[in-house]
Write a protein that binds this ligand. Structure first.
Ligand SMILES: CC(=O)N[C@H]1[C@@H](OP(=O)(O)OP(=O)(O)OC[C@H]2O[C@@H](n3ccc(=O)[nH]c3=O)[C@H](O)[C@@H]2O)O[C@H](CO)[C@@H](O)[C@@H]1O
Ligand SMILES: C=C(OP(=O)(O)O)C(=O)O
Length: 419
């Protein structure tokens, strides 16, 4: 298993191109199953999760071609409606092939999904939504067996709480359903509007994406299209926090501040200088230490749970005490004990972590159990005195494209150690 060796304490200066969003690319890729014509996606990040979903789509009969950051997907016919455990277990988004397979073929057998180990992560909302749209669903041996021999029909779906995946899955399933579907209490993450843009370019009739009520008028067929994946807001936020922790100045190209929602004002509040440019952002650290600030993770436009771990790494050396409350996932503080190994002063009580900022972290061997937690350790390592060895780099390969290369170009001493 590869590791990352980081010698910390160097400020970051330079330019980092922000990649397309993993969490959008994976959903628009699933949309390829809804048409027998070619879907061409641009700005697709080369990540382990994208490769894994390509393999899953290939197993359903999709022809794939990845050239630079352009990914062409052509599901002329569906050769298999089964999504096996080995291809679904590692990643949440792969479960979203269920709706498209049902919509197009009237049946599917899909393994229950995996993804980051940050909570129980049930899929009850997904299954209730498909049932309301006319699917017959049974669970057996870790698989969902679903049938809709007469096709799916429109339904009024009111989610009891916001779910990104279930909102996206409903949009994917409802585009080819008979009649109209409405989603109440829909997620408003930028990735939702991106998926709607892609589906609409394919001929779907979706309105309201990005707001709490979404309407999908079913159509008979979808056609091929070209769609550019939106920039990765979590990668953007992570690099802003990295320069916050190390000092220096970074220009992040190909991204936008509005994607960061509440995180943008928090970054200004702690004392980072952040500025919108024509094609990106500039961030620099003013003064020596930044201020500790409290945050609560919330669905968009609130502070994103996917930046909580990285923010904790930043708060580890802030001036003052920060309270970080995680409201989306029940087990998303696995990075706290690892940051503590580096000298951070963090105590966790239920869903709240209290971080007492220290002057300096010290490098140490650390290991994370999920993607964003791994990035928080990288940020801590870049800021710490001495060497940090981040184990289990495969988590980072799921979600941060060319991580070491991007950081090295800005002066970081970071190397992958092959084992
Ligand atoms: C691949 C992808 O895009 N992953 C993102 C997606 O995950 P994902 O789509 O899995 O997250 P959800 O928004 O669905 O989860 C929110 C909460 O709802 C719960 N829940 C969800 C569905 C369900 O059927 N039942 C249920 O109880 C979850 O356990 C969680 O506590 O949104 C999360 C919240 O922004 C992000 O952290 C993930 O990075
Ligand atoms: C939690 C994440 O991914 P997944 O939902 O695939 O586990 C993430 O991207 O931070």
């Amino acid at each position: 298993m590869d590791k990352l060796a980081i010698i910390g304490g160097r400020p970051l200066y330079g330019t980092i191109p922000i990649s397309g969003a993993k969490n959008s690319a994976l959903k628009v890729m699933a949309a390829a199953l809804l048409t027998d014509e070619k879907l061409t996606l641009t700005n697709v990040p080369r990540l382990a999760d994208v490769d894994m979903l390509m393999r899953l789509l290939e197993q359903h009969g999709t022809t794939t071609e990845f050239d630079g950051s352009t990914l062409s997907l052509h599901a002329k016919t569906i050769s298999s409606t089964e999504a096996p455990y080995d291809l679904v277990r590692k990643m949440r988004a792969s479960f979203n092939v269920l709706g498209p397979l049902l919509a197009r073929e009237g049946k599917a057998k899909v393994s229950l999904p995996g993804g980051c180990a940050i909570g129980a992560r049930p899929v009850d909302l997904h299954l209730k939504m498909l049932t309301a749209m006319g699917a017959k669903i049974e669970l057996d041996e870790g698989y969902v067996f679903a049938e809709a021999p007469d096709g799916l029909h429109g339904a009024d779906i009111a989610f009891p709480f916001v779910s990104v995946g279930a909102t996206e899955h409903t949009m994917l399933a409802a585009t080819l359903a008979k009649g109209e579907t409405t989603i109440e209490n829909a997620a408003r993450e930028p990735e939702i509007a991106d998926l709607a843009d892609c589906l609409n370019a394919m001929g779907a009739k979706i309105t309201g994406a990005g707001r709490s009520t979404i309407t999908i008028e079913g159509v008979d067929r979808l056609h091929g299209a070209e769609h550019a994946v939106l920039p990765d807001r979590i990668e953007t936020g992570a690099y802003i926090m990295a320069v916050g922790a190390t000092g220096g100045e970074l220009t992040l190209t190909g991204t936008r501040s509005d994607l960061l929602g509440a995180a943008w004002s928090v970054l200004e509040e702690i004392g980072l200088y952040v500025e919108d440019l024509d094609n990106g952002l500039r961030v620099k650290r003013n003064g020596e230490r930044y201020k500790a600030v409290d945050i609560i993770t919330q669905p968009f436009p609130g502070f994103p749970t996917d930046l909580q771990a990285q923010f904790m790494a930043l708060m580890a050396t802030a001036d003052g005490v920060s309270k970080i409350k995680e409201t989306i996932f029940e087990n998303r503080f696995m990075h706290a004990p690892e940051l503590s190994r580096m000298g951070a002063k963090i105590s966790v009580d239920g869903q709240t972590a209290t971080v007492r900022g220290v002057e300096r972290l010290k490098g140490a061997p650390v290991m994370a159990t999920d993607l964003r937690a791994s990035m928080s350790l990288v940020i801590a390592g870049l800021a710490a005195e001495g060497q940090t060895m981040v184990n289990r780099v495969y988590h980072l390969d799921r979600g941060f494209e060319r991580l070491e290369e991007k950081l090295q170009a800005c002066g970081a001493l970071i190397e992958r150690v092959k084992e």
